[in-house]
Ligand binder design. Structure first.
Ligand SMILES: Cc1cc2nc3c(=O)[nH]c(=O)nc-3n(C[C@H](O)[C@H](O)[C@H](O)COP(=O)(O)O)c2cc1C
Length: 366
């Protein structure tokens, strides 16, 4: 039997196997509050070693898509409590992905219909998901953002700190700081979205500063053993690019190594697309982290299947493998991988928004 199916621990969290459920936005929490359907969805998937919740907005401003959950109001914390209780009762563990979308938003989703915020006032060539007046969903161009003032950044860091506290109150086993997929923290790290001239723009040291300050604030609030981070060094998702991802992300993981993080979660390649979108030495990135003293679990993701996941863990390269789309369609993915059983196909039409169909309706094995 592969080590993939053996227990381990991440930070202080004991896990029953090395399979993680990747964060998956499903746009089924109207009012930003988790509901009964969300409870059932996560409960069904509790045999994952570690569930990483869908991206969860740290503030109203941090929100970029219709009907995503938040952590910034008491009803949402109450709703999440029921989710984390259900997962724990079913023997699972769950952290939440704390999320600020930056420029990947639309004025209709923002407080007082204001502009989304970003490192620089450069619109992303990207789409977001909003609701029409009749309640149907639609993909629309993201709005032009305004550049955050330097004096506003301590407030953004404070928003992450508060969300981390709210996550613990809601019963989560920890948090994953979302620094991937072209959202706020990655917008600061990449050159095409960051043209600042203050100490948060220009050099690599400056561009990774906000991410590191968020990590430090979250660690101080809830402890490094409850704190993880997600990165995507080569993804073009949401229109981010950089001439030298190797230099940026080596500097980042070396700085992260100074903290006793629970985990580092790496999306290898274009998120949900080709793993080799740009040449990149993933093993060297991990080696740089370990060489700098980093002890957190190394979680890998993007296009893994049973064979490549087993190889990644048994070879010692990865500590855990995160599955995204396979977990949408297979609530009992761990059992299916263990038994080498067939997987349910994914229904693309029900990914974003809607009800139980394509959400809690996928069958488990008898
Ligand atoms: C419907 C859907 C929603 C997603 N939502 C998120 C999200 O909220 N946060 C995030 O970091 N990645 C998100 N992703 C990316 C996945 O976590 C994952 O990186 C991607 O699906 C590749 O893994 P896979 O090949 O196992 O599916 C999403 C992907 C899909 C298909």
């Amino acid at each position: 039997m592969s080590k993939l199916f053996e227990p381990t621990s991440v930070g202080g969290i004991p896990l029953s196997n090395r399979i993680a459920m990747a964060p998956l936005t499903r746009n089924r929490s109207p009012g930003a509050v988790p509901n009964d359907l969300n409870i059932e969805y996560y409960r069904q998937r509790a045999t994952a070693g570690l569930i990483i919740s869908e991206g969860t907005a740290i503030t109203h401003q941090a929100q970029g898509y219709a009907d995503v959950p938040g952590l910034y109001k008491s009803e949402a914390i109450e709703g999440w409590k029921k989710v984390t209780d259900a997962v724990h009762q079913a023997g699972g563990k769950i952290v939440t992905q704390i999320w600020h979308v930056g420029r990947i938003s639309h004025t209709s989703l923002q407080p007082e219909n204001g502009k989304p915020v970003a490192p620089s006032s450069i619109a992303a060539k990207s789409k977001t998901y909003v609701l029409n007046a009749d309640g149907s969903g639609a993909f629309v161009e993201t709005s032009e953002p305004r550049a955050l003032e330097t004096a506003e950044l301590p407030g953004i860091i404070e928003d992450y700190r508060k969300a981390a506290r709210a996550a613990v109150e809601a019963g989560f086993d920890g948090v994953e700081i979302h620094a991937a997929n072209g959202y706020l923290l990655e917008q600061f790290m990449r050159t095409n979205s960051n043209q600042r001239t203050d100490e948060y723009g220009g050099s690599i040291e400056n561009r990774i500063r906000l991410t590191l300050e968020v990590v430090e604030a979250v660690i101080k609030e809830i402890g490094a053993d409850k704190t993880g981070i997600r990165i995507s060094p080569t993804t073009p998702a949401n229109d981010v690019s950089d001439p030298d991802p190797k230099a940026v992300y080596t500097a980042l993981v070396e700085a992260l190594a100074k903290h006793d993080l629970a985990f580092v979660h790496v999306i290898e390649g274009a998120t949900g697309g080709p793993r080799d979108v740009l040449p990149f030495d993933w093993k060297a990135l991990k080696a740089a982290y370990r060489h700098a003293g980093g002890k957190g679990a190394w979680i890998v993701n993007n296009g893994y299947d049973r064979a490549s996941a087993i190889e990644a863990v048994d070879s010692g390269y990865a500590d855990l493998v995160a599955f995204g789309r396979p977990f949408i369609a297979n609530p009992d993915l761990v059992r299916r991988l263990k038994e080498n059983a067939a997987l349910n196909p994914l229904d693309q039409a029900t990914l974003y928004g809607g009800g139980a169909q394509g959400y809690t309706s996928y069958p488990a094995l008898a």
